[in-house]
Write a new protein. Structure first.
Length: 366
């Protein structure tokens, strides 16, 4: 089979694209709005990425391809009524549809947060129903799947919705899971220990040497292209108060474990209202991470404390949790955009699962 050509929209730093590249696809054109993400992409994947707003890119400058990947944020999208030119999120979807029609791929993969399943427009229609209709109007057969990255070997319980369209007229299901929570018929989920235990303590420069040989298949995979050292192993600043709070939270614990005598007003309020399982959370050694977000430099947003060491996880550990290999470098003009790029990415291993599946689908439906 000839090399399968790919166009990628909303590529970010390239998580989904890296998965497709690892599976042997040829990514010929990509786009993202964040300049730092484009620089990271160029460094690791290729200089075929175009920096800019997809709403203003000349559609005719985009090449045609076999597969199109990526998805815009779409809290609102309606097929009825007048389009609101001020609704930037909705406009991104219209731009996506315009590009999809032009690129005319055999298959497209549209990734989004799980909230898209329940999101409604002001007119009461469901966003996802409108999207499916719009895709069908372009001649695509559509399937919608919710996948958990942990089921595909990623050490993270990250759930995302994938809308898949194809013009071949057959039903595309979803990649066959490689791991399971129970670990009976399939290997168990990859834990935080499996993912991170070979990394040394952090350093001010972020450049560190491995302290031991890989102790898991996952670590071997992450270290395939590196020899003795790795970068970005730097941890965010923590105040004396943060350190005090961290010292009270056990592995798998959260704000509930902080004694009232040292708790902040915010924590005391959380204790009254309940919920928020991951807030002020600490990783469990024997379980995958919860969803890594774009604020993993903060104690109070998500489960970001190392399971063993009294600190927040480092950039490299965030990359490991997302399944980026240790030779992957992130470039950024400011501290914030490191976290934005890593937290927004699709885990490359999940991207590769889709890529491998599409390859089988295309070869059996020539």
């Amino acid at each position: 089979m000839n090399t399968i050509k790919v166009v990628s929209l909303f590529a970010g730093c390239g998580g989904l694209d890296l998965g497709f590249k690892q599976a042997g696809y040829d990514i010929i054109w990509a786009n993202d709005f964040l300049k730092d993400a484009c620089e990271t992409y160029k460094k690791n994947i290729g200089d075929h990425i175009v920096h800019g707003d997809i709403n203003t890119v000349d559609v005719n400058s985009i090449p045609q391809a076999d597969v199109m990947i990526g998805g815009p944020p779409c809290q609102s999208f309606s097929l009825v009524g007048k389009r609101d030119p001020k609704d930037e999120r909705s406009n991104l979807v219209w731009s996506y549809l315009k590009v999809l029609e032009h690129v005319n791929p055999k298959i497209f993969l549209f990734e989004n947060v799980t909230g898209i399943s329940s999101a409604k427009n002001p007119d009461g229609t469901r966003v996802i129903d409108n999207l499916v209709k719009a895709f069908e109007q372009l001649g695509y057969s559509i399937t919608v799947n919710k996948l958990n990255a942990a089921d595909y070997g990623v050490p993270q319980r990250r759930q995302r919705v994938f809308i898949v369209g194809n013009k071949i007229g057959k039903t595309i299901e979803k990649p066959v899971p490689t791991n399971s929570e129970e670990g009976e018929k399939l290997p168990g989920w990859v834990s935080a220990y499996d993912a991170l235990s070979d990394l040394s303590e952090t350093s001010e420069t972020g450049v560190c040497k491995y302290i031991q040989s890989p102790v898991s298949e996952y670590q071997k995979l992450m270290r395939l292209a590196t020899t003795d050292s790795y970068s970005l192993h730097v941890t965010p600043y923590a105040s004396a108060k943060d350190k005090e709070l961290i010292s009270h939270i056990p592995p798998g614990g959260n704000y509930v474990n902080v004694p009232d005598s040292v708790a902040t007003k915010r924590i005391l309020n959380f204790k009254k209202t309940g919920g928020r399982t991951t807030t002020y959370g600490r990783l469990s050694e024997d379980k995958p991470s919860y969803t890594l977000n774009t604020h993993f430099n903060r104690l109070n947003v998500g489960c970001n404390i190392h399971y063993k060491t009294e600190r927040l996880i480092s950039l490299r550990e965030g990359l490991r949790i997302q399944s980026f290999p240790d030779d992957f470098e992130v470039l950024s003009s400011n501290k914030r955009n490191y976290y934005v790029q890593i937290g927004n990415a699709v885990p490359p291993m999940l991207g590769k699962a889709w890529a491998d599946y599409f390859k089988l689908f295309l070869s059996s439906n020539k």
